[in-house]
Ligand binder design. Structure first.
Ligand code: AMP
Length: 424
């Protein structure tokens, strides 16, 4: 028996109705990006590994555990991109986009790779759409990025989106906070999980992200008490803008996000799920003013958000956003070689006129084809039997009333369009 192949573990094929959801999401993202002045960008799927070790951070889960890293034949270390922001900032620096009017506003819709434990809603190749504004950072830009994301989710029919928001302070105030947090965690070492015992010294903020150490987090010092006046004023403005724009948000004093490059405003998008207690995280982001400096340029204020496409698509499916059984307006059934030829021609003519037309030309039995027309819920079926093919006519069957009549082939497009209009 020849070997049968399967997709790589933790990855998935996008096809059928999921493909339709992806298309719909992309269409809404592209349209909103244009409205808000974001231009598209596609970066390579692989990057120099250092773009991520330096940008995302050596001691993050993504870099420590989840990157697909390999050596090229030329001996360079490259990695499949685990996220979109660091490559886009690399491109911004490489192409001197800082000479353009700032901020440079970019968006993407692309696949990413993380070697995570496969589980429901978590893949090793997944898609994200995202927005980045690089080169000028202020509270309005933060609020605009959150707003465009919120509006897209709403337009996609996702109900009850809540934005959790926090301010992580700049490098200076975060250092003060890290010291206080380390001191607190030291006292609680015995109760920390084994991962957090390691994180405590290398990257204490990550303890706040840990699902196993939730109780310890509850008593931890809060970053808002450590941020400087300028960070606090900036945060207050972001909240005021969101309030003004009617974006529902919750303050989460422990939201820190897992990557090193974040500073200032950080946010995460959550959605309630039918029958489930926990909210589902579908996206997140924030300010990353220090990232360009980590990638060898000077410090350039920036902000961004990324949203998971698979999770968005599954929420759309739960909410029945796309009618998966969209009815074809016309189904064409045929019997015999001459009829097939005529059917093909009419199919093309109807399509050209924008009619939603379906067929099952691979099937020879008329009964099988009529069953298919019923299953698809076609409004009209055109039947070309052997007799009709010779007569140069076809039978038009109204699938709702069951009425049939013979029409001349050269009048069929006009007749179909007239009837579809009536049905609307
Ligand atoms: P992150 O870049 O980790 O903040 O992720 C942003 C969003 O991308 C998440 O809220 C998810 O919707 C999605 N996402 C992240 N990792 C995965 C994954 N392994 N599989 C599917 N979706 C993911």
């Amino acid at each position: 028996m020849p070997k049968k192949f399967q997709k790589p573990s933790g990855m998935h094929d996008v096809f059928g109705s999921q493909y339709e959801y992806f298309e719909k999401i992309r269409e809404v993202v592209v349209r909103n990006a244009k409205i808000y002045g974001f231009k598209g960008i596609e970066t390579p799927i692989i990057e120099d590994t250092e773009v991520f070790t330096r940008g995302v951070g050596q001691h993050t889960d993504i870099v420590e555990k989840e990157m697909y890293t390999f050596k090229t034949k030329g001996g360079e270390s490259v990695s499949l991109r685990p996220e979109g922001t660091a490559p886009i900032v690399r491109a911004y620096i490489e192409h001197g986009l800082y000479t353009k009017p700032q901020p440079v506003k970019l968006f993407y819709f692309a696949p990413f790779f993380r070697y995570e434990r496969p589980q429901a809603g978590r893949y090793r190749q997944f898609w994200q759409f995202g927005f980045e504004a690089i080169g000028k950072g202020n509270s309005i830009v933060d609020a605009q990025i959150i707003t465009v994301t919120y509006n897209i989710l709403k337009e996609l029919g996702i109900e009850g989106v809540i934005v959790e928001i926090n301010n992580m302070g700049d490098e200076k105030c975060r250092e003060d906070y890290k010291k206080a947090l380390k001191k607190y965690l030291k006292k609680e070492t015995a109760s920390l999980c084994s991962d957090c015992k390691k994180r405590m010294t290398k990257n204490p903020l990550r303890v706040l992200d840990c699902k196993k150490c939730i109780k310890i987090k509850a008593g931890a010092p809060q970053i808002v008490d450590y941020i400087c006046k300028s960070c606090r004023d900036d945060f207050r403005l972001v909240l005021e803008f969101l309030g003004e724009l009617g974006i529902p948000y919750d303050l989460n004093p422990f939201l820190v996000r897992g990557l090193d490059y974040y500073s200032g405003t950080v946010c995460e998008f959550f959605v309630p799920r039918k029958g489930e207690e926990n909210l589902l995280a579908i996206g997140g982001g924030g300010r990353y003013d220090g990232l360009s400096a980590l990638l060898g340029d000077e410090q350039r204020p920036a902000t961004g958000v990324a949203v998971g496409v698979e999770r968005t698509a599954s929420l759309m499916r739960e909410n029945g956003v796309i009618n998966e059984k969209e009815r074809p307006q016309v189904f064409i059934a045929q019997l015999g070689d001459l009829a097939k030829k005529k059917a093909l021609k009419i199919f093309e003519e109807l399509k050209k006129e924008g009619v939603l037309v379906a067929e099952s030309f691979g099937q020879d039995s008329l009964k099988g084809q009529m069953n298919r027309a019923n299953t698809l819920g076609a409004q009209i079926t055109l039947i070309i039997g052997k007799e009709e093919a010779v007569e140069d006519r076809l039978i038009l069957r109204d699938m709702d009333s069951g009425e049939q009549e013979k029409i001349r082939t050269n009048e069929i497009v006009k007749e179909v369009k007239k009837r579809i209009k009536k049905k609307k």
